[in-house]
Design a protein around this ligand. Structure first.
Ligand code: 5AD
Ligand code: SF4
Length: 446
């Protein structure tokens, strides 16, 4: 009988990707994914360390799981609990001190070893938070496409050391997969039904993998090779750093119609003083120049970004510079966060920590501006046509839902026969976070 595996995923798309791969490495052992933890034989909590109180949230989740674990034991069964991901990496053995009922602690670089870890955990608790010399990607099975939109991890880790960020510590040094392994995985995903592939990496545009015939390639070149795969309709990549937006990558936006005209390019702040304190190694003007070059390469390119308000030392003038940058760029959508100190990062020890009320007030002002820009961007689509990848059923019968090239959620009344295809739709109305459309012309497939 199949053993039940429940994976609770926190955080970003990289973690969702890792969760899917963990399920794949465990499948040969007879584990099949279950929708909940109740009655599971193995529960993996795949954690994220970026957000505030991440570790606290994990420990309260573990407390809830402990009760299910006890119930399972009282019924004569056994539920193994594993903690994976960045909190596992950051806390390591310390997890057992606070949650002694946890069986496995596994870091992001070693989950390909889960089958051995699960077997060993039947006997004793086990930690594996190595950064092994041979990358895990060499040990993972071929992925399966789950729907028409797939993720493909090409790069991990980060060497940038932005002063607020834990990623360089939890995910380790930058590592790029080889072009051959990425292209093989992409072909397997397309053979399995993927029409869209999103390349993932904490610093994805820093990708510099081994080329097909020696030497290294950059992401722009990799995208060109991916675009040649028949049957693949759309390519995206996330998350990028402005410093790594090189000429070749910008040219790919000009030359490759399969590369979607939407880019998530975090800037964090519009103040040069704060950017320097953040160790971003670029100024506001550099960011604006990159945006200009991108838009020159692809006129219909739209941008989203990440912002941090209330970084230590940020004053009203610095914040005004951020609002100014937002007005100059005009974003299709963006995420704004209050700065929160991460232990062990340089910014956590800085003087000039900004009071919570000030952060909240600045966050609210920035969100109003970003919200207006997003609503204006969406409204501008009403009456126009957009190519939508219909990837799931909508909330109402007869409705399908998908994504425009700009990641806008689009709903349409359409027959189920067009599910899993790209359709040209006429946008009829806009909400702040989604669009409604009607079918314009039907295409057999993408
Ligand atoms: N405080 C607030 N926001 C942060 N981010 C990363 N670290 C912190 C922090 N310490 C935000 C950045 C990043 C996004 C993923 O999370 O904006 O781009
Ligand atoms: Fe963190 Fe991104 Fe900066 Fe790397 S580039 S340190 S992942 S914010």
């Amino acid at each position: 009988m199949a053993k039940k595996l429940f994976i609770k995923t926190y955080g970003c798309q990289m973690n969702a990707y890792d969760s899917a791969r963990m399920a794949e490495v465990l499948a040969p052992l007879g584990y099949a994914r279950a929708p909940g933890a109740d009655g599971a034989d193995l529960v993996i909590v795949n954690t994220c360390h970026i957000r505030e109180h991440a570790a606290e949230k994990v420990f309260s989740e573990l407390g809830r799981l402990r009760r299910l674990q006890q119930r399972r034991a009282s019924e004569g069964g056994r539920m193994l609990i594993a903690v994976a991901g960045c909190v596992a990496q950051a806390e390591g053995n310390a997890i057992f001190a606070r949650a002694p009922y946890v069986d496995i602690v596994v870091g992001p670089q070693t989950y390909h070893r889960l089958p051995e870890l699960v077997a060993a955990a039947m006997r004793a608790r086990i930690v594996d938070c190595d950064f092994p010399p041979e990358p895990k990607f060499d040990h993972l099975p071929e992925p399966r496409a789950d729907g028409p939109s797939a993720f493909l991890s090409v790069q991990e880790g980060c060497d940038k050391f932005c002063s607020f960020c834990v990623v360089p510590y939890t995910r380790g040094a930058e590592y790029s997969r080889s072009a051959a392994s990425v292209l093989d995985e992409a072909r397997a995903l397309v053979d399995g039904g993927a029409l869209e592939i999103t390349l993932l990496g904490q610093n994805v545009n820093a990708w510099h993998g081994e080329a097909l015939a020696g030497g290294t390639w950059g992401l722009g070149r990799l995208i060109r090779e991916l675009a040649a795969i028949p049957g693949l309709a759309r390519i995206r990549y996330t998350t990028s750093h402005p410093l790594d937006m090189d000429e070749e990558l910008i040219a790919a936006h000009r030359d490759e119609p399969k590369l979607m005209p939407f880019l998530h390019l975090p800037v964090q702040s519009g103040s040069d003083r704060i950017l320097a304190a953040m160790n971003r190694r670029h100024r506001a003007a550099d960011y604006l120049r990159i945006v200009e070059r991108l838009r020159a390469a692809r006129r219909d390119l739209a941008l989203s970004s990440d912002f941090i308000v209330g970084f230590p030392g940020e004053n009203e003038e610095d914040f005004a510079a951020t609002l100014d940058l937002v007005r100059q760029v005009g974003f299709a959508g963006a995420y704004a966060f209050k700065y929160s100190a991460r232990p062990g990062t340089p910014a956590a020890a800085k003087e000039g920590q900004v009071p919570m009320e000030v952060k909240e007030e600045r966050l609210a002002r920035l969100q109003v501006l970003l919200g207006e820009q997003q609503a204006a961007f969406n409204r501008a689509w009403v009456g126009r046509s957009s190519d939508v990848l219909l990837e799931r059923r909508g909330r109402y019968p007869g409705q399908l839902a998908g994504r425009s090239p700009y990641m806008q959620a689009v709903h349409v009344r359409a027959p189920a026969t067009v599910l899993n295809s790209v359709q040209r739709l006429r946008i009829v109305s806009a909400q702040p976070n989604s669009l409604a459309a009607e079918i314009e012309e039907e295409r057999a497939c993408a």
